[in-house]
Design a protein around this ligand. Structure first.
Ligand SMILES: [Zn+2]
Length: 178
């Protein structure tokens, strides 16, 4: 994970006024909802659905920045910021925890994330769209169809299965069935 390799401190300005700007720019991209719910990153995401925040000429993982800005702790080496909610774009510090890369890989394989290409049929794609329109959560659907939440997101945003869904993906703020 190249974004995790270097310490975060050098990516941020040492001047407190400029740093305050960075902090407000960061939280301005986070969709804060209820304290106990996920706060999803509202800007650019990487292919694994983690938020990307640019600072100091680097692309930083948003959840890591959220953890650092709220705790002052920047896990390095074998430690990473993990999501207790298994929702990569989430930046709610209450849902973030430090763990090892090994913990993270175990989580991924036990939850089906990290294994790409899990097959979903065309009928299932249609069922998923209907379920989302009926208010079913992506987390729930991910469990039911044994795929990642990101996979469900990709379907409902039209990033994949466009031929079946008829939804054309036009960018991160594009048409989304929620
Ligand atoms: Zn969360």
């Amino acid at each position: 994970m190249p974004t995790q390799a270097k310490s975060l401190v050098e990516a941020f300005p040492s001047d407190p006024i400029r740093m305050a700007d960075v902090i407000s720019r960061f939280w301005g991209k986070v969709r804060k909802t209820q304290p106990n719910l996920c706060w999803e990153w509202a800007a650019v995401r990487d292919p694994d659905e983690y938020g990307i925040f640019c600072s100091g000429g680097r692309n930083l993982r948003a959840s890591r920045v959220a953890y650092y800005l709220s705790t002052g702790i920047d896990p390095t080496g074998d430690s990473v910021v993990r999501h207790l909610c298994d929702n990569p774009p989430c930046c709610n510090p209450a849902h973030l925890q430090v763990g090892t890369t090994k913990d993270n890989n175990n989580d991924k394989s036990s939850r089906g994330r990290g294994r790409r290409g899990h097959k979903i049929t065309e009928d299932q794609v249609r069922e998923i769209l209907i379920a989302v329109q009926n208010g079913e959560t992506r987390a729930h659907l991910a469990l039911r169809y044994k795929v990642s939440k990101g996979h469900i997101t990709n379907i409902v945003r039209g990033r994949t299965h466009q031929r079946v869904t008829g939804i054309m993906f036009v960018g991160d703020k594009g048409p989304a069935v929620r």
